[in-house]
Design a protein around this ligand. Structure first.
Ligand code: NDP
Length: 832
């Protein structure tokens, strides 16, 4: 300390940067610091190390130690894991900035655009213990001395943004405020993906990126993503911020970390009788402001003149024209005064970013969550990974106290996905893993996440106590790979994977009469090309000379049946549709042929290894039945099954023969589930085959009966292939094709069959109740009857109940169960 130069201007600028309390000041002091140290902030790769080198200041050293510690996580691979990736982050809210920091640790070039000019949100966020530890690890205390001192577990949004902005800048992230993202510019010529921005000529508009992270807040839904609305009964929230003058008298007023009517009837009755204010609950946090958030009863708001006219529709009820703001201010003021015993001397409203008193009233029971967390677009061979984080992924429900926690967890999960992307993991696997992790986000609580905060990294396994990174399979996320929504044929042809598929089809159908494959539609119409593919790999199953080009329905049906029976690949359309004159959907054919290619390649590799196998193609079937809890011995069964030399389990992630030979490592839960499912099918099919045909094939082995080894002199038997059942609609029992099906609670069905058992009304995914004891689905109206019949509390808005789908208990919005909706999906995402 003694040998530091007290007037070193860089030190002064660093101090100003650290202490800055407005976004504009942070940026200005940072720019000055860079100039002073002749550092180029655009040199993102070397910026942080050069800064450390040049700013030899004791006050900065403890910060470097912290950031270095974080940067040493093995996941970042010394900031080289994503060295080739360029990421655009949209939104500099806490989640956008937190994600940007992680992407920077991974070595990516990161640019953030934020439409606001300033950080002006006074509202206060609750922090779970892990977020406190995480922020401390980023040096939060250096930037905000009072950060979570003592038992404090909250922070204002703007203060959090300031901390994260400073860390991001130090790591070399480019942050542009006053810049709005308007959409994507597709690749053209030599250019890759770019953003349409406002102002149009902003330099960031020329940034080409391969990763887009959307962190634009609750109502911002980028193209390609769908949001589900979770709506409970009306609950009106009021937030209010008062100036904190930080006097001794104010410091003494205790916070109210959450008091609900059911726990303190007397307090709320007194409040009502003395002020006419009727609340369900109230929270008071002391931060930069005195922050209050409360749930008010509609009747009292009407009586106090805050809401002018009653409407049943929440939007109309809370429309600005229906609110008397003076009365609202008085209501919030009086509630704050009463609940703090009149001990806050000058309750004067703080201002919001519009210069108005910072009071807001909103319907907080309407929440949005995205159906998917990620997708990939491909145009002209240029790929773009897109991810959602923060409120635009899942809006928090504030009475649950989740605050920023799930926002940060999703930021880490997203960084983990970008890491896989950067390391060249196959695209569908990147998506499948992200969606697998997303399934558990809404169920996370401080209790069921790891308590070992020090070991938290972007690897989901360090944070979630139970996480299965492959609960969603690649087959289930194909719909999240958008390679041709604008110009199907041209981008299909440009995608290298698709070209390879076409080449594979051409190679394996070459020489067959009247077969000429040159696309993914007309070439397949007559069914001969499909039959040729089958014949090429299984010549004994099909007699090509018996087929007639004009009998397209028959030809297609023949190929479909064999492929389904032998490889477990269900057709994506009917033989009649395929043969008819309507347009064959290119994407569906690509999807179908990819599965065929995978299945034939797998068995060809197995054959090449010189052994005869029973192939169980786990990856080709998308519906894996949930395994009952009582099958605790599944691992043992599967271990036994794979110990048979002639059985080969093909797992979803298998790419090379080594992956599906008996694994040396213990099986994951998902592999075990998959295998058990097939084991059941194996027995079932074995019985059926014996029943319906006296036939030909040798009996299928079962775990109890080891197969008889083939005599050395015998010719090697043909690899036996196991049939997987086709999907039947859960309701009508008819076949349901991949393209038309939806799923909920692990069942597949036609969209039109998903109706209330009681009244026949069409059900929405995410808005139904399932009774596992009867296997019936009900609409909202009739689920109430069901609950009454069950003896459940009919009137509580938010309450605890047993999650009927067998997951752990969760707090649920009545009739709109975020946990259940996690397990629900449109086609492509199945939760097991
Ligand atoms: N009232 C409250 O208490 C609020 C609480 N939060 C909490 O903060 C936490 C983090 O939220 P987070 O997900 O980071 O979202 P935030 O809403 O905090 O941040 C998103 C930012 O992105 C900006 N933005 C939106 N669209 C664009 C666009 N097209 N181009 C550029 N910028 C854009 C938003 O501006 P703008 O807001 O002007 O659209 C906002 O500043 C959550 O826990 C959330 O619940 C967030 C907001 C309000």
């Amino acid at each position: 300390m003694a040998n530091q130069d007290p007037v070193n201007p860089a030190h002064t600028l660093f101090d100003l940067f650290v202490q800055a309390q407005r976004c504009v000041d942070v940026k200005q002091h940072f720019a000055e610091l860079c100039r002073q140290l002749t550092l180029n902030p655009k040199d993102f790769r070397n910026f942080y190390s050069k800064l450390k080198e040049r700013l030899n200041y004791w006050k900065a050293k403890s910060l470097w130690t912290k950031l270095d510690k974080r940067a040493s996580h093995s996941e970042y691979q010394q900031r080289k894991a994503c060295i080739k990736n360029k990421c655009l982050v949209l939104g500099a809210g806490p989640c956008g900035l937190r994600t940007a920091i992680e992407l920077s640790f991974l070595g990516a070039q990161v640019v953030v655009v934020e439409k606001r000019e300033s950080f002006s949100r006074n509202n206060v966020l609750h922090l779970w213990p892990f977020s406190i530890s995480d922020l401390r690890g980023l040096g939060a205390k250096t930037f905000h001395g009072k950060f979570c001192t003592g038992s404090l577990d909250h922070i204002s949004i703007r203060q959090l943004q300031l901390i994260l902005l400073k860390v991001a800048l130090l790591l070399g992230v480019e942050v542009h405020t006053g810049v709005e993202f308007l959409g994507l510019n597709e690749p053209s010529g030599e250019n890759g993906w770019m953003a349409k921005l406002k102002p149009e000529t902003h330099p960031a508009a020329t940034f080409q990126f391969d990763v887009l992270v959307s962190a634009g807040g609750g109502r911002f839904v980028p193209d390609g993503f769908k949001h589900k609305e979770l709506r409970g009964k009306l609950a009106i929230g009021i937030t209010a911020n008062f100036i904190n003058r930080k006097t001794a008298a104010e410091a003494q007023v205790p916070e109210i970390s959450g008091v609900a009517r059911i726990y303190n009837q007397k307090f709320f009755q007194q409040l009502l009788s003395e002020t006419g204010i009727d609340l369900e609950n109230i929270v008071y946090y002391k931060d930069d402001t005195h922050y209050f958030v409360m749930t008010a009863k509609k009747k009292s708001l009407l009586e106090k003149g805050v809401i002018k006219e009653d409407h049943s529709d929440a939007e109309q009820l809370l429309a600005p024209s229906n609110v008397d703001y003076k009365a609202l201010h008085l209501y919030a003021h009086d509630a704050a005064q009463f609940s703090t015993g009149g001990n806050l001397p000058h309750l004067q409203f703080a201002q919001n970013h519009l210069g108005q008193p910072d009071v807001a009233m909103f319907d907080f029971t309407c929440m949005y969550r995205a159906e998917n967390a990620s997708l990939i677009r491909e145009r002209r061979g240029k790929k773009l990974l897109t991810a959602l984080v923060g409120d635009c992924l899942v809006e928090p429900f504030w009475p649950l106290g989740t605050g920023i926690a799930r926002g940060f967890l999703a930021s880490f999960d997203t960084a983990w996905m970008v890491r896989s992307w950067g390391l060249g993991v196959p695209h569908l696997k990147v998506l499948a893993e992200r969606e697998s992790v997303y399934q558990i986000l809404s169920q996370t609580t401080p209790e069921n996440t790891s308590k070992n905060y020090g070991s938290y990294t972007i690897n989901p396994r360090t944070r979630y106590v139970t996480v299965n990174l492959s609960s969603i399979h690649t087959n289930q996320v194909r719909t999240l790979y958008l390679c041709n929504t604008v110009d199907k044929s041209s981008s299909l042809n440009s995608a290298s994977g698709i070209k390879e598929l076409l080449a594979w089809c051409q190679k394996n159908t070459a020489g067959y009469n009247k077969v000429n494959v040159n696309d993914f539609s007309q070439s397949w119409r007559s069914g001969l090309a499909l039959c040729a593919l089958v014949h090429r790999f299984r010549p004994h199953l099909i007699d090509m000379s018996s087929l007639d080009e004009s009998n397209a329905v028959y030809n297609n049906q023949t190929a479909f049946s064999i492929l389904e029976k032998e490889l477990g690949i269900p057709p994506v359309m009917s033989a009649r549709d395929m043969a008819s004159n309507s347009q064959i959907d290119n994407l569906s054919m690509v999807f179908y042929l990819t599965q065929i290619q995978e299945a034939f390649n797998v068995s060809a590799k197995a054959k090449a290894s010189g052994r005869s196998y029973l192939l169980i193609p786990v990856s080709s079937v998308s519906c894996l039945q949930p395994v009952q809890q009582e099958h605790s011995d599944v691992s043992a069964i599967v271990a036994k099954l794979i110990s048979f030399p002639d059985i080969l389990l093909s797992f979803p992630t298998a790419t090379e023969p080594a992956d599906f030979l008996p694994p040396s490592k213990p099986l994951t839960l998902s592999q075990t589930q998959s295998a058990l499912f097939f084991l059941t099918k194996l027995k079932h099919n074995s019985l059926q085959r014996r029943k319906v045909s006296p036939r030909t094939s040798k009996p299928l082995p079962s775990p109890e009966l080891p197969p008889v080894p083939a005599a050395a002199s015998e010719p090697a038997p043909q690899p036996e292939v196991l049939m997987a059942n086709s999907e039947e609609c859960y309701f009508c029992g008819q076949r349901v094709y991949v393209l038309e099906r939806i799923s909920a609670e692990g069942r597949f069905f036609h969209r039109s069959c998903f109706t209330c058992h009681q009244c026949g009304a069409t059900l929405r995914l995410g808005g139904y109740t399932f009774d596992p004891t009867t296997g019936r689905f009900y609409c909202e109206l009739h689920s109430e009857e069901l609950e009454l019949a069950d003896g459940a509390e009919p009137s509580s808005e938010v309450g605890h109940r047993q999650n009927r789908s067998g997951c752990s208990d969760s707090t649920l919005v009545r009739l709109h169960d975020p946990v259940a909706s996690d397990r629900v999906s449109t086609d492509g995402i199945v939760c097991v």
